[in-house]
Design a protein around this ligand. Structure first.
Ligand code: FES
Ligand code: FES
Length: 247
């Protein structure tokens, strides 16, 4: 390849760029050159995580493929030479309208579906970033699902101004090894609900203004696992571009 030529992959497709400008960021390139606008521009300075994408590279020393969640707004386009970029469009798409050919049916990824069904997306601006942080975590954990502690650490660079984070975490909990009780732990309650120590009832713990605690069942689950259609299996994920594995 010519020395000035930039070659990388985006969602499995090879990109060859001969006229890359050094000041272009990966975010600019994805949105303006490739028209992949699922990756969002929030702060533009590494603070919000709306621009999170997954970058994968082949480590020749360990002969393993490494995955990293990165802020595309901080990544110079010239730094992705020889790397594979995965954006939110690359992992799943909303399903096709009825009547379209079944064999080309597009589907949401399990991470996207669970975040949506757990009400983890309101205005939606932060959602692609959260999805890609969670997706990268799943791809990076080879032997077992991540723990909730790892999820919380993985979300350290993602901000959401709408949801208060609980629905996002609850949706992602179903893809962790910590799992969730599925609404069974406290009778009809959820494992997240507080318990009244005196009588064992599930309570919401709010005072009623007279100094008394209102003891009524709190809402149980934000998610219903039986609603989920997509399961997660690394075997179903796109492969790393073989051309980038040549030494
Ligand atoms: Fe906010 Fe990149 S746009 S971190
Ligand atoms: Fe609006 Fe997260 S859903 S910022």
């Amino acid at each position: 390849e010519a020395l000035s030529r930039l070659v990388f992959y985006v969602n499995g497709s090879k990109v060859v760029e001969d006229t890359a400008q050094p000041e272009w960021t990966l975010l600019f390139y994805l949105r303006n050159q490739l028209r992949l606008t699922g990756t969002k521009l929030g702060c533009g300075e590494g603070g919000c995580g709306a621009c999170t994408v997954m970058i994968s590279r082949y480590d020749r020393t360990t002969e393993t493929i490494m995955h990293y969640a990165v802020n595309a707004c901080l990544t110079p386009i010239c730094a992705v030479h020889g790397l594979a970029v995965t954006t939110v469009e690359g992992i799943g798409q909303p399903g096709d309208v009825e009547g379209q050919r079944k064999q080309h049916k597009r589907r949401l990824h399990a991470v996207q579906e669970r975040l949506a069904k757990a009400h983890g997306s309101q205005c939606g601006f932060c959602t692609p970033g959260f999805v890609m942080s969670m997706y990268t975590l799943l791809r990076s954990n080879k032997t077992e699902l991540p723990s909730m502690a790892e999820v919380e650490e993985g979300f350290q660079g993602n901000l959401c101004r709408c949801t208060g984070y609980r629905p996002i975490l609850e949706g992602c909990r179903t893809l962790t090894r910590d799992g969730c009780c599925g609404g069974q732990a406290n009778g009809n309650g959820c494992c997240m609900d507080p318990i009244n120590q005196s009588n064992g009832d599930v309570v919401n713990g709010h005072a009623n203004g007279n100094g008394e605690t209102i003891q009524r069942p709190v809402s149980t689950t934000l998610t219903n696992p039986s609603d989920f259609e997509e399961s997660y299996s690394e075997n179903q994920e796109p492969i790393f571009p073989p051309a980038l594995q040549l030494s």
